[in-house]
Design a protein around this ligand. Structure first.
Ligand code: PNS
Length: 183
């Protein structure tokens, strides 16, 4: 239990919202969800429908991948939202925003976001977890870049995401050009 303000006591052992683009979900994200479940009874993974970020995967595709991965984890809810995160949080019974921090380079972006959210809703806190050492170099952006260039991302994202990335980046098989001295 945590004392919020005089007379008000809030139970922190309940629901956390884990928002993000998840374009696509990585084992870094999954690690945060799993560790979040050691603190909270339930974690809501809230996928932002942020079309201005020009995501590789549509929100439906992202939802499907995340839902499939967590299909047997009853205390994880997977949902999507449009607009302000604080407005979405207000529609749920979540008490905290959960975010992962990989390195100091994440800090400024996260600090601004957490401060803005707190200014929009003074009762809403953001809880940061340091990403596990195995995934501190993993981001959705680098996963997409590596996959697009044909590099292996196995072990960094779930197998179904590896398959989806391969489908997305499938390029027409280039015809081999016979190079001869007469060309
Ligand atoms: O995985 P990401 O892209 O770092 O996640 C960022 C996200 C989706 C959490 C953030 O962009 C967000 O909350 N978007 C919703 C719009 C909003 O509430 N903006 C004000 C907070 S700065």
């Amino acid at each position: 239990m945590v004392q919020k303000k005089e007379g008000e006591v809030k139970d922190v052992g309940k629901v956390a919202i884990y928002p993000g683009s998840f374009d696509p979900i990585t084992y870094g994200h999954i690690d945060i969800v799993e560790r979040g479940l050691e603190i909270f009874n339930k974690v809501i993974i809230a996928i932002a429908e942020n079309e201005e970020k020009r995501p590789l995967f549509s929100v439906e595709e992202r939802l499907q991948m995340v839902k499939t991965f967590f299909k047997d984890t009853t205390n994880v809810i997977v949902d999507s939202f449009k607009g302000l995160l604080v407005d979405y949080v207000a529609k749920t019974n979540a008490i905290v925003i959960l975010r992962g921090l990989r390195a100091t380079s994440d800090f400024e972006y996260e600090f601004h976001m957490a401060s803005m959210n707190r200014s929009l809703n003074t009762h809403l806190d953001t809880l940061f977890m340091m990403t596990s050492k195995d995934y501190f170099f993993v981001s959705s952006r680098t996963i997409k870049e590596v996959a697009k260039l044909g590099g292996g991302v196995e072990g960094l994202v779930p197998d179904l995401v590896v398959r989806r990335l391969k489908e997305k980046f499938k390029l027409p098989v280039a015809k081999k050009k016979q190079i001869g001295w007469d060309d």
